[in-house]
Design a protein around this ligand. Structure first.
Ligand code: C2E
Ligand code: MG
Ligand code: MG
Ligand code: MG
Length: 285
């Protein structure tokens, strides 16, 4: 099939691009009903304190159990939900479900110390006027302290953010909610800009930890991470590292002074009961 593109020029339609477009379109139109039918679920990936290896909480990662396509990861549908605005109710559902789950962990593991929950926020949720009220309402209804919640916002969402966009984050931060800058290092933010942002956790992107899979690590990667950690600590930010896949990485990141780690070396994202087991193993020895 050839599409005329005006004049005597033409393009051949790319059948693969068509298939992708149909899938995207199909997925996009199926999103609202999927939310109504309860097709989304959350997996939790532990966050581990590097100093002593204890589980301090988990990040909530949403998945879609699609009736035809099976389990879809967030990269397949979050951008579509963001595009149509469905991310607002979907994100609110993720927040409520994760906060409720964190409360269950706290009740079952009072000895293991407070279990914290990290939830991703997309740019449209950040700009939505109901964010602060919804968050407060969910925390109160589920009985979770604001200090047990960390909201993750990507660096790219905050680049160039004006004060209006930062205001809700600032209010949440003043209430005791942690704010993490996710995927740090993948954007091009000015490091000095960090001072302006109501952020108290830096999540170093996986690309930084990749050079540390072997021992000894790439010396340039080590220097970069060392510099970021010292800058972050100088600004009173704690540092979480993503994508830790080996013990060698974990050890080097610990030596470099990173505070918290997350990655397959500890656990893949999984059902909430998996975190019970890990926290319990922790508390009992
Ligand atoms: P993210 O917030 O940076 O989450 C970390 C991603 O890295 C997750 O991918 C996780 O499964 C993956 N990961 C964790 N440890 C390792 C490791 O050791 N090695 C490797 N190779 N990967 C690891 P996932 O679950 O596919 O999520 C992708 C992105 O989707 C997330 O990146 C986040 O930006 C977004 N996302 C997930 N859930 C939500 C949500 O509820 N709301 C919004 N707005 N975004 C979400
Ligand atoms: Mg995240
Ligand atoms: Mg991340
Ligand atoms: Mg990432």
């Amino acid at each position: 099939r050839a599409k005329s593109a005006g004049g005597n020029r033409y393009e051949l339609a790319d059948p693969e691009a068509d298939a992708r477009a149909i899938t995207r379109h199909g997925l996009t139109t199926a999103l609202p009903a999927a939310l109504d039918r309860g097709e989304f679920f959350i997996e939790y990936q532990p966050l581990v304190r590097l100093g002593d290896g204890s589980v301090r909480g988990a990040e909530a990662l949403v998945r879609w159990l699609h009736p035809q396509h099976g389990v879809l990861g967030p990269d397949r549908f979050i951008p579509l939900a963001e595009h149509t605005g469905l991310i607002v109710p979907l994100g609110r559902w993720v927040l409520e479900e994760s906060v409720r789950q964190a409360r269950v962990w706290q009740e079952r593991h009072a000895d293991a110390g407070p279990m914290r929950i990290n939830v991703n926020l997309s740019p449209m949720q950040l700009a939505h006027p109901g964010l602060v009220a919804d968050t407060v309402e969910i925390l109160e209804r589920c009985g979770l302290s604001p200090s047990a919640l960390c909201l993750e916002v990507t660096e790219s969402a905050l680049i160039g953010a004006d004060d209006d966009l930062l205001k809700p984050l600032r209010r949440l931060s003043e209430m005791g909610v942690d704010i993490a800058l996710d995927d740090f290092g993948t954007g091009y933010s000015n490091l000095a800009n960090l001072r302006r942002l109501p952020v108290n956790v830096l999540k170093l992107d996986r690309s930084f930890t990749q050079g540390m899979q072997q021992f000894p690590a790439d010396p340039v990667d080590l220097k970069i991470v060392e510099g970021i950690v010292s800058l972050a600590h100088g600004l009173d930010l704690s540092v979480t590292v993503e994508g830790v896949e080996t013990g060698a990485q974990a050890e080097q990141l610990r030596v470099l002074g990173c505070d918290t780690a997350q990655g397959w070396y500890y656990a893949r994202p999984g059902p909430p009961d998996r975190l019970h087991e890990l926290a319990l193993a922790d508390a009992t020895g």
